[in-house]
Design a protein around this ligand. Structure first.
Ligand SMILES: Nc1ncnc2c1ncn2[C@@H]1O[C@H](COP(=O)(O)OP(=O)(O)OP(=O)(O)O)[C@@H](O)[C@H]1O
Ligand SMILES: [Mg+2]
Length: 235
């Protein structure tokens, strides 16, 4: 397993919000995280990246990353596209992509990867000189994903990449992420409210309820479960 969480706990101050989250992402795999508002999806990603203090077991590539600082986790090859985008508003598109690659030294490959991003998201090419803050919501989301890709991570953590986007735009963004996955082999942990979108990208998912993983399984299995359909598939 590339990423393993077992019985993960986390708190904001004295308020315990994670109380036993377990999940695993195989090398090259993509796993979804479903759950209602406040279930602890974002906090789970923050526990992995070291932004909130966590307990339990968090292993990346066989080694414990519990207690590491966010920059140390990033340096291991874990990139995070946070909820609410994750672009630097005062920098233009190209600068945002460069910042994404700041830990890399392979200049020629950085240039290639930048071209790849602009091919994957042609809308960004058209806005290359625009500040991120002047982009549409969909374009900002594309830039956030592209920026995370520029770090050449082994694992991409995506938090609600469809949030606030029109359905057509959300589909476009997920289509590009799927292509990125197929062409790069990057493993992904995908937090998403819209289970249909998540299921277009992942082969397994885990369901969180009040800070605990209560169910997990292959997408095809979850899709057919009545409770899941009602709660996350709109029927
Ligand atoms: N910075 C914070 N300080 C205190 N409590 C927080 C903080 N962030 C989140 N919480 C609380 O922790 C719980 C889990 O929040 P979290 O953001 O992880 O949920 P989520 O599943 O991502 O929800 P959503 O779908 O709305 O994004 C919630 O009860 C929330 O109110
Ligand atoms: Mg959230």
């Amino acid at each position: 397993m590339l990423l393993e969480l077992e019985g993960v706990t986390a708190a904001y101050g004295r308020v315990q919000v994670l109380d036993g989250v377990s999940l695993a992402v195989p090398e090259g795999g993509a796993v979804g995280v479903l759950g209602a508002n406040g279930a602890g999806k974002t906090t789970t990603l923050r526990a992995i990246t070291g932004v909130v203090r966590a307990g339990g077991t968090i292993r990346f590539d066989g080694r414990s990353i519990l207690g590491m600082r966010p920059d140390q986790v990033a340096a291991l090859g874990i990139a995070h596209v946070p909820e609410g985008r994750g672009t630097l508003g005062d920098l233009d598109v190209r600068e945002n992509l460069r910042v994404g690659a700041y830990l890399r030294k392979d200049r020629a490959r950085i240039r290639e990867d930048m071209d790849y991003c602009l091919e994957l998201f042609p809308q960004l090419r058209d806005r290359i000189r625009s500040n991120a803050s002047a982009l549409s919501g969909g374009e900002q989301q594309m830039l956030a994903v592209a920026r995370a890709f520029m770090a050449k991570p082994r694992l991409l953590l995506l938090d609600e990449a469809s949030l606030g986007l029109a359905p057509g735009t959300a589909k476009t963004v997920y289509g590009a992420i799927r292509r990125l996955r197929e062409e790069s082999g990057i493993s992904m942990l995908v937090v998403e409210q819209n289970a249909n979108l998540a299921f277009s990208l992942v082969e397994e998912a885990v369901v969180l309820e009040t800070g605990r993983s209560v169910l997990s399984g292959p997408t095809e299995e979850l899709r057919t479960m009545d409770d899941i359909r009602r709660a996350y598939l709109g029927g």
